[in-house]
Design a protein around this ligand. Structure first.
Ligand SMILES: NC(=O)c1ccc[n+]([C@@H]2O[C@H](COP(=O)([O-])OP(=O)(O)OC[C@H]3O[C@@H](n4cnc5c(N)ncnc54)[C@H](O)[C@@H]3O)[C@@H](O)[C@H]2O)c1
Length: 476
C-alpha cells in the first residue's frame, strides 16, 4: 500500500471499532504494517493479543517489614540509589551486580561501616540472573542502560521479586507489553523510578492539579533539554559509550519520561484518561556526526561513530489523550542552550510553568501571580511529602530521596506504589512510537491502551499527602 496519511486515518478508524484490548492491538499493528511495509521490528512484534489477567492499578502487595534489595548496574545511577537507600530505615542491601568487577567493588565500598554487607555479582553479562534467582530478595532495582531494563525486569518478576526500574522501563512496544503481562501474571510491582515527579515544583503542581486549582487541565508540556555532548563523547563516562550508540542508531524522543511523567500524573493518565495517539517531528543532526568526525581525525576510537545516522538534535512530540487533552514533549541533548525542563500545565482556571526559571503560576487572569501570591499558593498547596523532607537534601532537587523513601514506605505498609506497570509501559512507549513517527514523515501513531480498558475505572494512587503510611524513618 502506498504511504499516505489518508489511508492511515481510514485504517485507524477501522481499528477503533475493536472492543477488546487484544483486538485493538491486533488491528493497531496490522494497520501500521499495511501503512508501511518497512515497519521497525518493535512495532510488528506488538501484533499480539492481550487480555488483562489482573488489574495492577491500585495493587498492594503484602507488607514487607525489611525490604531486602538487589541492585543491577553500578555506573552513575546505581550508586546514587545505594546512597539514598542507605538513609532509609527497614532496608537491607543484600546484593549488587555490575558487569565490571571494579564497579561492583567500588559500589560496595559506599556501604563500609554500615549494616549492609552485599554479595557481589560481576564478570559476565548474565551474572544479573543469579542475583534475581536468590530467594532472600524482595526488590530489584535496575540501573543498567535502558535497553536492558525490560528483559531484566521480566526475569526478576518471574523470580518472584518486585522491580523498580530506572527510566525508561522499556525500549520497544513489545517489551512494554511484556512488562504488563508479567506484572499481571506474577502480581509483582513493576514501578518505573520517574524521580522528576518528586521535584519540589512538580509536586506542588501535582497537588494543585489534584485539588482543582487549574480547573480542567487542557494542555501540558515537558522536556528534557540539557546538553549531554560532553558526557556522550567522553570515552570514560558511560559504559561502552552506550548513550552515543543509542543516539547513533535510533530516532525520536529517546528520553521521554522526565518530561512526560509529572504531566501524565497531573492529567490522571491511566486513571480516567489515557494516551490516544502521538506525532513526532525531529530536526536533522547538525552536531553529533560532525563531532564524531572531528574526534575520529585525532583518535581512531571514534572511527566507528563518524558515519552513524545520528538522531536529530531537537525532537518534538505531541500526544493527544482520549479525553481531548494535549501534551507537548521536547528532547534536546545537544544544543548549548541552558538546562530547560519546561514543565507547563494549562487549565481552564489557572496555569503553572516551571522552566525557563523562575517558576510561575497564573490564577486565571492572564497574568503570572506576584511573588507574594506565589508564596501564599506554595504554602497552601505544598504536599505533605515535601514537608517531611524539607531539611534533607538529595540528588535531583531532593527528588531522589523522596522517590526511594516513598517506594520503601509503601512496601513496608502494603500500599499501592506511586507509579504502576501501566504508567511504566505507557510513558516508555513514547520512545519507540516517536521513533516510528519520525521515520514515517511524522505521521500519527496510535498509543496502545496498556490498561486494557481499565483506565475508565482506575483510581488515583500517588499519595503525596501521606494519607496512609508515611511512618518509615529516615536515618540521616
Ligand atoms: N532518573 C534519573 O534521574 C536518571 C539519571 C541518570 C540515569 N538514569 C538512567 O539510569 C540508567 C543507568 O544510567 P547510568 O548513567 O548509570 O549509565 P552508566 O553507563 O553509568 O551505568 C550503567 C552500568 O551498567 C553496567 N552494565 C552493563 N551491562 C550490564 C550487565 N549485563 N549486567 C550488569 N551490569 C551491566 C555497566 O557496567 C555500567 O556500570 C539508564 O537507564 C538511565 O536512563 C536515570
Amino acid at each position: 500500500m502506498k504511504k499516505n496519511r489518508r489511508n492511515f486515518i481510514k485504517l485507524s478508524g477501522i481499528a477503533g471499532l475493536s472492543l477488546t484490548a487484544g483486538g485493538l492491538m491486533k488491528n493497531y499493528a496490522s494497520e501500521l504494517k499495511q501503512y508501511d511495509p518497512n515497519l521497525p521490528q518493535n512495532i510488528i512484534d506488538s501484533e499480539k493479543s492481550h487480555t488483562q489477567s489482573f488489574n495492577m492499578s491500585g495493587f498492594a502487595a503484602p507488607k514487607i517489614s525489611t525490604v531486602r534489595i538487589g541492585i543491577i548496574g553500578l555506573g552513575q545511577r546505581g550508586p546514587a540509589h545505594i546512597k539514598t537507600m542507605n538513609r532509609i530505615d527497614g532496608v537491607e542491601i543484600k546484593a549488587l551486580c555490575d558487569l565490571r568487577p571494579e564497579k561492583a567493588e567500588s559500589a560496595k565500598k559506599l556501604l563500609d561501616n554500615t549494616d549492609h554487607n552485599p554479595e557481589l555479582y560481576s564478570g559476565s553479562p548474565e551474572e544479573w540472573k543469579k542475583l534475581c534467582e536468590r530467594n532472600d530478595l524482595d526488590l530489584i532495582i535496575l540501573t543498567t542502560p535502558w535497553y536492558m531494563h525490560a528483559e531484566m525486569a521480566v526475569y526478576a518478576m518471574e523470580q518472584g521479586k518486585h522491580v523498580a526500574s530506572e527510566v525508561p522501563a522499556a525500549a520497544t512496544i513489545e517489551e512494554a507489553w511484556k512488562l504488563v503481562e508479567t506484572a499481571e501474571r506474577t502480581r509483582k510491582h513493576c514501578m518505573m523510578l520517574e524521580n522528576y515527579s518528586y521535584m519540589p515544583f512538580q509536586l506542588l503542581m501535582l497537588n494543585m492539579a489534584k485539588k482543582g486549582f487549574f480547573g480542567e487541565i487542557v494542555h501540558g508540556e515537558g522536556a528534557y533539554n540539557t546538553s549531554k555532548m560532553k558526557n556522550n563523547f567522553n570515552k570514560n563516562f558511560y559504559w561502552n559509550m552506550w548513550w552515543l550508540r543509542q543516539y547513533g542508531s535510533r530516532k525520536g524522543n529517546i528520553y521521554p519520561t522526565h518530561g512526560l511523567g509529572p504531566i501524565a500524573q497531573m492529567m490522571d493518565i491511566n486513571r480516567g484518561d489515557r494516551f490516544d495517539f502521538l506525532i513526532s517531528v525531529e530536526s536533522r543532526d547538525f552536531m553529533m556526526q560532525n563531532r564524531a568526525g572531528e574526534l575520529a581525525k585525532e583518535d581512531p576510537f571514534f572511527e566507528e561513530f563518524k558515519d552513524l545516522d545520528f538522531r536529530g538534535n531537537m525532537n518534538i512530540s505531541i500526544i493527544k489523550t482520549i479525553q481531548g487533552k494535549t501534551i507537548m514533549l521536547q528532547h534536546d541533548a545537544t544544543t548549548p542552550s541552558p538546562h530547560n525542563m519546561i514543565h507547563g500545565i494549562y487549565g481552564t482556571k489557572g496555569a503553572a510553568l516551571y522552566d525557563p526559571q523562575p517558576p510561575r503560576i497564573s490564577a486565571g487572569n492572564h497574568k503570572w501571580v506576584s511573588p507574594e501570591e506565589f508564596e501564599n499558593i506554595k504554602k497552601k498547596y505544598t504536599p505533605e511529602i515535601f514537608h517531611k523532607f524539607s531539611n534533607l537534601s538529595s540528588g535531583h532537587g531532593g527528588s531522589d530521596l523522596k522517590e526511594d523513601w516513598h517506594l520503601i514506605d509503601c512496601l513496608h505498609n502494603g500500599l499501592p506504589l506511586d507509579q504502576d506497570v501501566y504508567d511504566a509501559a505507557a510513558w516508555s512507549s513514547v520512545l519507540p512510537l516517536s521513533e516510528w513517527s519520525v521515520r514515517n514523515n511524522s505521521n500519527s501513531v496510535k498509543i496502545p491502551d496498556f490498561t486494557s480498558g481499565s483506565w475508565k475505572i482506575n483510581k488515583r494512587n500517588m499519595d503525596i499527602n501521606l494519607e496512609r503510611g508515611g511512618n518509615t524513618p529516615i536515618l540521616s
